[in-house]
Design a protein around this ligand. Structure first.
Ligand code: UT7
Length: 332
């Protein structure tokens, strides 16, 4: 049984900080090389913030661009769901900072933590309020300053991530054949110890010791995460297609989370989808965590690869572990 939501994405915008860090730049600060990074991950460069730019600033840039593109006034926004593992601070919620700075006087909002699946969790939550008829315009935003939690002495993680944000506008639809046709979200907390940041929360509050032990950085068992991501991204996409009577051939576009080009290629092979139908921008942005999927939608639109009526799969796996897939028919 599918889980239709009577809501659709009606606009997309993103923000990437202007400064670019190439693989050659990384070669100067850690024992790595361009060839390893390109062949093992697909990444050539990533955007990184300058000191002082936080998740809220990138999210505000993306949201303002979106509102101006859509000619929607900030007062019309009723809900802001912000996905991030790098909020400006523990509290208040970064969604509140965004609400104030974009002038969304009539919106409530909150932050949601689901790492690389965060944007898709945020989109399903925002869409539920819209689909239920209680909200007419909601923003789902993914914004992460991954460089704020990366250890630049750990070559196995520091080469992977970049900074970026993306936002979508969610509005209701009465057309049963457009918008979110189905979705599947799940978590498997037994994987929590394979990708996490141990310091800074209530378990290990910030102290000289936690800083000395580098507990405020991303810790990852790369190959375990890799295997989980390949399996779950493929399983969830295949399940969503099957229970809606589609195959990979019906998809016009897959916009997967961008963690590693090899994960994306393994997943699409299992779905039987060729390269032309898979959005890949990891070479330019790296893994921007909650930013990857909306930035992928932004690029797909800019490249003319997304048209009204297209069947689209959004899919991600992230720390938690969290998994999300959304099957939708593009409606704008
Ligand atoms: O969005 C969710 C977040 N994260 C992910 O999805 C990440 C999933 N995992 C991955 O993408 C991959 O596991 C990595 C890219 C992190 C690592 O790739 P791998 O093919 O699994 O490499 P490995 O960890 O097995 O390491 C292979 C070798 C090791 O050397 P030895 O022990 O064989 O001599 C590493 O020390 O590559 C070495 N290595 C590097 N060499 C140059 C690891 N990182 C680097 C590096 N530059 N940056």
């Amino acid at each position: 049984m599918g889980k239709r939501i009577a809501a659709k994405i009606t606009g997309v915008a993103g923000y990437l900080p202007p400064r670019v860090m190439t693989n050659a730049d990384l070669e100067k600060i850690v024992d790595t090389n361009d060839e390893w990074i390109r062949t093992r991950t697909g990444i050539r460069e990533r955007h990184v913030v300058d000191k002082g730019m936080a998740a809220s600033h990138m999210a505000v840039e993306a949201a303002k661009k979106l509102l101006s593109q859509k000619k929607v006034s900030p007062e019309e926004i009723e809900l802001i769901v912000l996905a991030s593992v790098t909020p400006d601070m523990m509290f208040p919620a970064t969604a509140c900072l965004i609400q104030d700075r974009i002038g969304a006087k009539n919106a409530w909002g909150f932050d949601l933590s689901a790492a690389c699946s965060g944007f898709l969790f945020a989109l399903t939550v925002a869409a539920q309020f819209v689909g239920a008829g209680t909200h007419k315009k909601a923003l789902a935003i993914g914004s992460d300053v991954m460089t704020s939690i990366i250890n630049y002495e750990d070559r196995a993680t520091c080469v992977l991530f970049g900074d970026g944000a993306g936002a979508v506008l969610v509005e209701p639809t009465e057309n049963g054949n457009e918008g979110i046709l189905d979705f599947h979200n799940d978590v498997d907390g037994s994987g929590g110890c394979q990708l996490y940041m141990p310091g800074g929360g209530s378990l290990n509050p910030a102290s000289h010791e936690t800083v000395d032990k580098k507990m405020h950085y991303v810790h990852q068992e790369g190959s375990a995460v890799f295997k989980y991501a390949v399996r779950r991204m493929a399983d969830v996409s295949a399940m969503l297609l099957e229970r809606n009577g589609f195959t990979g051939k019906d998809l016009a576009l897959v916009v997967p989370h961008q963690a590693n080009l090899r994960i994306i290629r393994a997943m699409q092979e299992r779905l039987g989808v060729d390269d032309s139908k898979v959005l890949v921008n990891i070479e330019r942005y790296g893994n921007t965590t909650a930013g990857t999927v909306p930035l992928g939608l932004m690029d797909a639109l800019a490249e003319g690869r997304l048209r009204k009526g297209d069947l689209v799969m959004l899919v991600a796996v992230g720390a938690g572990f969290t998994t999300s897939g959304i099957l939708l028919r593009w409606a704008c």
